[in-house]
Design a protein around this ligand. Structure first.
Ligand code: HEM
Length: 408
């Protein structure tokens, strides 16, 4: 029996393709995916897709983009960067959150003017990730260091992603879209990373990135990914790709989560007040009482973060390619409830957004931001904002810590 598939629209499916691109531009891509699945009558189940993923990824080959043995090796090298000792040290996160809050000017009444927090979150996560990966702060706008500053990087990174999105929607025809602007964006993004890699390789493997940190930064013995990679390879392209993979994975995701959290708080003063009361009860007014274990045990804070992850998914679609002919238990038949055969090499898209918006799993109020739904709930595979299985997000604890610290 054929697999239910979203029907093609227009010549060569071009209308369907334009629909997808339009939805992404209007920031309703995940919902459009759900609507397409609803057309098939099987909301939230897995459906095979004819969309091919992009073949060439400008962030290069690294943990995100590798497969098989090279991926296993890369994951083994990078795991120590995300060990509990690394991420339980809150000093890095606290320092960057402090820098953000200091830049918010408060009036005599203790309140700030209306402010757009989203660009500030993107700047903060980029600076934090840069220091985490390279042991150095990025250059600031106006600083003459020869390095690309965060503003320039952000601009080219975001512009490059728009092209990647168009190219990936085109699947095997992605090579048709290779405009000079895209090449320029890629070059600039590479230049940002190459500055740190070049400095490291020129100074030699013995001098660690932590020794190059500015004077006002504490010099602690920390695992710095750049140091670790430089002891294993002197190939600048390899180091660039590995670190850029993590930078790409950690910047937008965490900044988006923070943006969504504050979006929901601004619409629900009750929830914000309740969270504030919970934080004051657990930590008092001094940020110095904050530690990793206490952060994770502040239940209402974790419920708010979970609920924002559930509502938005942040990474709304996961993708897998079948390594052999196999059968998935559901997804076939007219209503998607029968087993489905997946050919070797076929891609499967999994909408975590749809999964986390199912009324049968989350109740009729699934569209409401309600942290209380987490009061007595330990989520299983119906809540996978960080993915599941061997390729699960390595930065999960890092991201959750960063999101938690940002509330102080
Ligand atoms: C709210 C924040 C974040 C979310 C929602 C998120 C989500 C995800 C998801 C869904 C995946 C794919 C998992 C799969 O395919 O099963 C992933 C992979 C990954 N994430 Fe995250 N992530 C976040 C933050 C971070 C951060 C801060 C870092 C790094 C510091 C990071 C590093 C990675 C890496 C390297 C991978 C690829 C892992 C692999 O393929 O082995 N992520 N993430």
């Amino acid at each position: 029996m054929p697999v239910p598939a979203v029907p093609s629209k227009g010549f060569l499916g071009l209308i369907r393709l334009l629909d997808v691109l339009k939805a992404t531009r209007e920031e309703r891509g995940p919902q459009q995916f759900v609507d397409a699945m609803d057309e098939l009558g099987g909301k939230g189940v897995f459906h095979t897709s004819r969309v091919e993923s992009m073949k060439s990824v400008p962030i290069g080959l690294g943990l995100f983009t590798l497969r098989g043995e090279p991926w296993r090796h890369s994951r083994a090298v990078l795991r120590p960067q995300f060990s509990r000792e690394q991420i339980s040290d809150l000093e890095l996160q606290e320092r960057h959150v402090d820098a953000l809050t200091t830049s918010l000017r408060t009036g005599s009444d203790g309140w700030t003017n209306v402010v757009d927090l989203q660009p500030m979150f993107f700047k903060m996560t980029l600076e934090l990730m840069t220091e985490f990966l390279y042991g150095q702060s990025p250059a600031q706008a106006g600083q003459e260091t020869g390095a690309l500053n965060t503003q320039e990087f952000g601009h080219h990174f975001d512009a490059g992603k728009v092209w990647i999105n168009i190219r990936s929607a085109l699947g095997k025809w992605h090579w048709l879209v290779q405009p000079p602007a895209f090449s320029r964006d890629c070059k600039k993004v590479h230049r940002y990373v190459d500055y740190f890699v070049k400095a490291k390789l020129e100074k030699g493997g013995e001098q660690s990135a932590k020794q190059q940190m500015p004077h006002d930064m504490p010099k602690r013995e920390k695992f710095v990914l750049l140091d670790e990679l430089a002891t294993r390879t002197r190939n600048p392209l390899e180091i660039r790709s590995e670190t850029l993979n993590i930078l790409a994975a950690g910047r937008d995701t965490t900044a988006s989560l923070l943006g969504w959290l504050f979006y929901f708080f601004s619409r629900s003063p009750r929830i914000y007040d309740k969270l504030r009361t919970a934080i004051l009860a657990d930590f008092g007014t001094e940020a110095s009482g904050v530690d990793f274990a206490k952060l994770r045990s502040c239940r209402y804070l974790q419920s708010c973060i979970n609920e924002a992850l559930r509502m938005t998914a942040i990474v709304p679609i996961l993708e897998r390619e079948s390594l052999e002919d196999t059968v998935l238990p559901r997804g076939g038949g007219p209503d998607g409830s029968k087993p489905v055969f997946v050919r070797k090499g076929q891609r499967v898209l999994i909408s975590t957004y749809a999964l986390q918006q199912r009324s049968d799993l989350w109740g009729d109020d699934f569209e409401s931001f309600r942290p209380e739904r987490w009061d007595n709930r330990n989520a299983g595979l119906e809540f996978v904002p960080f993915g599941a299985g061997p390729r699960k997000c390595v930065g999960q604890q890092f991201a959750l810590t960063e999101a938690s610290v940002s509330h102080f």
